[in-house]
Design a protein around this ligand. Structure first.
Ligand code: RB5
Length: 146
C-alpha cells in the first residue's frame, strides 16, 4: 500500500515520525512536502497529496498541520477526496469503516506522537464496511456536482 504524505511547517516533525512508522511497517510512501520548518501555506502541499490519491498514484493519504484542520479542509476541495480530521483512534477507525475516507489529517500541536502513531495505525488498518454506507457516500460525493 502506498501512502501520500504532506504537511506544513506546523506538522513537519510529526510527518517525519509517520514516515518512520511507514518504513518500519512496510508501507510505500510519497512525501509531497513541505520539507523544512520555514513558514508555508498548507494548501500548496495538501493539493499535491490529494491529487495523488484521487489519481490513484497513492492508495491513501495522511496530512499533518498544526491542528490538522486547515490542511484537511484544503484537501477536501479536491474532487474525489474524503479527508477526515482524526485526532483520536475511534475517529480514524470509524471514518474508514463508515465514510471510506481516502485521506486523514492530524494535528501535531493537538496530540503527542505516540497517540498520533496509534491513530495512523487505526486509519491504515481500517476496513470499509460497505452495505448501508455505500449509498451515503454516493450521495455525499454527488454533492460535488451541485
Ligand atoms: C500554521 O501556523 C497553522 O495555522 C497550521 O499548521 C494549521 O494549524 C492550520 O489549520
Amino acid at each position: 500500500m502506498k501512502i501520500a504524505l504532506a504537511c506544513d511547517h506546523g506538522g513537519l516533525d510529526l510527518k517525519h515520525a509517520i514516515i518512520n512508522y511507514l518504513k518500519e511497517n512496510g508501507y510505500e510512501y510519497e512525501d509531497f512536502g513541505t520539507y523544512s520548518h520555514e513558514s508555508c501555506d498548507y494548501p500548496d502541499y495538501a493539493k499535491l497529496a490529494a491529487r495523488a490519491v484521487v489519481n490513484r498514484e497513492c492508495d491513501l493519504g495522511i496530512l499533518v498541520c498544526g491542528t490538522g484542520i486547515g490542511i484537511g479542509i484544503a484537501a477536501n476541495k479536491i474532487k474525489g477526496v474524503r479527508c477526515a480530521l482524526c485526532n483520536d483512534v475511534f475517529s480514524a477507525k470509524a471514518t474508514r469503516a463508515h465514510n471510506d475516507a481516502n485521506m486523514m489529517s492530524i494535528g501535531q500541536r493537538v496530540i503527542g506522537e505516540g497517540h498520533a502513531l496509534e491513530i495512523v495505525a487505526a486509519f491504515l488498518n481500517g476496513k470499509f464496511e460497505g452495505d448501508r454506507h455505500i449509498q451515503r457516500i454516493e450521495k455525499m460525493m454527488a454533492l460535488e456536482e451541485e
